[in-house]
Write a protein that binds this ligand. Structure first.
Ligand code: ZN
Length: 182
């Protein structure tokens, strides 16, 4: 069932976004041994933000939807239609620029993050906390070099995106420490 933009109470928006993301990611799995359903990832990203007392509903909704455009057939226009322009703009900000060659994408993403909106930066920090935590708790089948490279990328992203929420930054520091990066 697609969300109705005319019914957007805060509770409706959050539940609708979780449900929409679950539907879009339904055939996707994380790359860990347990092949965890993909939806666990956006749910924990949104939960980290709410644990850090981020109360901006559009940011929480965008966190739930943050990988739908990058990793599924969902378009920014669809997000705008169902969740409004601000949520769509936030999701666009946290979606990789696919016009760039793949090798450059991560570096450019790190370079650009400091110039993004506060909401987008909060989502980026929570996303990287979640991924570092997953690598530590449920290691993907990566070799050591790939794991080290991803951890360094996450550390670089956090370094440039942080500074907006002390609780979230402390959560990031704890994961960086666990990864041997702080
Ligand atoms: Zn993500």
């Amino acid at each position: 069932m697609l969300p109705n933009a005319n019914k957007m109470t805060d509770a409706y928006s959050i539940v609708a976004a979780a449900s929409f993301a679950a539907e879009r990611h339904r055939h996707q799995r994380r790359k860990d041994d347990a092949a965890t359903p993909y939806i666990n990832h956006p749910l924990i990203v949104a939960q980290f933000l709410s644990m850090a007392e981020v109360a901006d509903i559009d940011v929480l909704v965008a966190a739930l939807l943050h990988d739908t455009v990058e990793d599924t057939e969902t378009t920014i226009d669809e997000i705008a239609e169902h969740f409004g322009q601000r949520v769509a703009a936030l999701v666009a900000e946290v979606t990789d620029d696919r016009t760039l060659p793949k090798a450059e994408r991560k570096r450019v993403e790190v370079e650009r993050v400091a110039g993004k909106s506060a909401g987008a930066r909060l989502i980026k920090v929570a996303d990287k906390i979640a991924n570092l935590r997953d690598i530590a708790d449920h290691p993907p089948q990566w070799d050591a070099a790939r794991t080290a490279a991803y951890r360094q990328f996450a550390a670089d992203m956090i370094a440039r995106a942080r500074g907006l929420n002390a609780t979230l930054d402390a959560m990031a520091d704890a994961e960086l420490q666990r990864a041997g990066l702080a």
